[in-house]
Design a protein around this ligand. Sequence first.
Ligand code: FMN
Length: 315
Amino acid sequence: MADLSTDLAGAVLPNPLMTASGCAANGRELHRFLDVAGLGAFVTKSVMRGPRSGRGTPRMAETPSGMLNSIGLQGPGIDAFVEDDLPWLASVGARALVSIAGSDAEEFAEVARRLRDSEAFSAVVGVEVNISCPNVANRGLVFACQPDSSAAVLTLVREQLPGVPLFAKLSPDVTDLVLIAEACLAAGADGLTMVNTLLGMAIDLDRMRPHLGGVTGGLSGPAIRPVAVRAIWQVHGAMLTGRLRPAPIIGVGGVHSGRDALELVAAGASAVQVGTATFHDPTSPARVLRELETLLDERGLDLAGAVGLAHERTA
Ligand SMILES: Cc1cc2nc3c(=O)[nH]c(=O)nc-3n(C[C@H](O)[C@H](O)[C@H](O)COP(=O)(O)O)c2cc1C
């Protein structure tokens, strides 16, 4: 049997399968369908300082091979998260990769500090820093679109969480992804999660108006898998050529099967998250893991040996 364990900057996980942030709430709903402790890690919905109701409705639209969402970062805030959700994840033995967000760098730091000071912090195997959300202090621009604003967030979060594996979650909607990755790694990130949704939009032609209450939304699902493969390929490739220092990549985007997961791994991902697929098949992270294991066995590979393997075999 293939060795599926993965070392994500010191977070050693028994397998590489994770939920994607925002696609399985904070675990309880999913636990009815699959044991969240069996996942490499459970990735929580991005949590901010205070409670938030998210954006106006409608907040979802189906598109060819994907879906658009404009949920906004709805949630109960960090205090409710550490009092209720994190202890629950700890009680079932889950390894939590906690996703944090903020409207400015200081909010990220405060969320990180309150997380660090929480009683159930031992369940946290790492923190995913969702810099792919808009920066209110900067005309609503997304942090992850600029190296300096990305670095500002990672620097402050790193100060609050010394020694904790930190992953910067990047947006593919940029001109030079390697530049953003470089800024995050220089500012204290241990690894990168790629990719967040792509900005998209749908128009309701009966009413001739934008379909989503939030007008634009994030595109996810099978439509974006080639974008995720490309992003992982570019950044892992930059590590192989020495432009970037080596760091683990968590791949996410359009994974519905073991084959999809293996594609992200072959491009350079050391772990894989499943997002949109869980909405129509809540067991999909466990199924994708079983399928990935079979595919690795068929190829006589351990997970670690498959990471980035396609780079050695370019035509
Ligand atoms: C409904 C929904 C909510 C999401 N919420 C978050 C979030 O809170 N934080 C985050 O970093 N990403 C969020 N995402 C993005 C996913 O984590 C993931 O990066 C993206 O959907 C691509 O993966 P997929 O194609 O497997 O869904 C959300 C995606 C969806 C569909």
